[in-house]
Write a protein that binds this ligand. Structure first.
Ligand SMILES: [Zn+2]
Length: 314
């Protein structure tokens, strides 16, 4: 068996009304399969009584009837009995896949912090990961080509960065349209772990070049290497001044002038820097060398301008 059950269901769900046929399902029968039936992610339909006609038949039928012949189930070809197909019990079984319950299962297995919420036909909002990244999932190919998709994602993300998980069969053109607008597009099965079925690997839901530092002034919020926290007003203001300088050195007197309207003690800037370093360390220990001291000159954030995002209103 090469394809896991979770990957199989996702692949079939590229269709709008996904169906799993018994012959394809049979190698996956077992405890995990039974659990999906119990959760009604899979719902068994009555056995089929018709079968697809042979591929190159001139019988003019839409489907051929299934008949009992000598105690055997046979899809009979009216033109050529050599094309008759003998069917097993599994062959005539089928299971409908419930897209909403499948998405719910993915969210739960991934330990996401909220139940998925449908925002468009076939599109769900899954969660926020790493403090801010909004993650959405489109199950069917038709869901990825809806004209309303981009506008809806942008609105639902509420100003944060967005990742859309998509089926492998998404048209390239639709994918480019979203990527050009800054949506991070990822094929769902590419970020599905092999350990726990249906679980997404959260760290693979964000772009590799995600900003290392993101500041949201309205909330005094700092997202550092993907972890969000908040700072007190004074350390935040200092970080903002340094970040605005885009990694260049900011002199002490500039910092003083920005932060205080009156002359302050010589140690005021040192104290503010110490508070800032402590605040950042509480958010992520990797911040240890983030605020650099340049002796006799000033301070800088040890990041490149492209690694920082400053958000005035958020
Ligand atoms: Zn035929």
């Amino acid at each position: 068996m090469t394809e896991t059950l979770s990957r199989l269901l996702l692949r079939l769900s590229e269709a709008e009304h996904p169906v799993l046929w018994g012959r394809v399902a049979a190698p996956h029968f077992g405890r995990e399969f039974d659990r999906l039936l119990a959760q009604r992610v899979l719902v068994e339909d009555p056995p089929t009584d018709t079968w697809a006609v042979c591929s190159d038949c001139d019988c003019d039928l839409d489907a051929r009837p299934i008949q009992q012949i000598h105690g055997q189930r046979v899809a009979v070809c009216s033109q050529d009995h050599r094309s008759d197909v003998h069917l097993s019990d599994d062959d005539i079984r089928s299971y409908r896949i419930d897209p909403a319950l499948l998405v719910g299962l993915i969210g739960k297995a991934s330990g996401l912090n909220r139940p998925p919420e449908a925002i468009l036909p076939g599109v769900w909002r899954l969660a926020n990961v790493f403090g801010s990244q909004a993650v959405f999932l489109a199950l069917s190919v038709s869901a990825t080509t809806q004209p309303a998709l981009l506008g809806m994602l942008t609105r639902a993300a509420q100003g944060t960065a967005a990742t859309l998980l998509v089926p492998r069969g998404m048209p390239e053109e639709s994918r480019r349209l979203l990527e050009d607008s800054g949506i991070h597009v990822v094929v769902t099965t590419d970020v599905m772990g092999n350990e726990a079925p249906f679980a997404l690997e959260a760290e693979r839901l964000v772009p590799a070049n995600m900003p290392k530092l993101r500041l949201s002034r309205g909330r005094l919020a700092v997202t550092l290497f993907g972890t969000e926290g908040t700072l007190a007003k004074r350390p935040f203001d200092l970080l903002w001044i340094l970040a605005e300088a885009g990694g260049t050195i900011v002199e002490r007197r500039i910092i003083e002038a920005h932060m205080w309207s009156q002359p302050v003690a010589k140690t005021a800037v040192n104290d503010a820097v110490r508070d800032l370093r402590e605040g950042l360390a509480a958010i992520d220990p990797r911040s240890e060398n983030l605020i650099e001291t340049k002796a006799g000159q000033g301070y800088r954030v040890a990041l490149a301008p492209g690694e920082m995002v400053l958000n005035k209103s958020g």
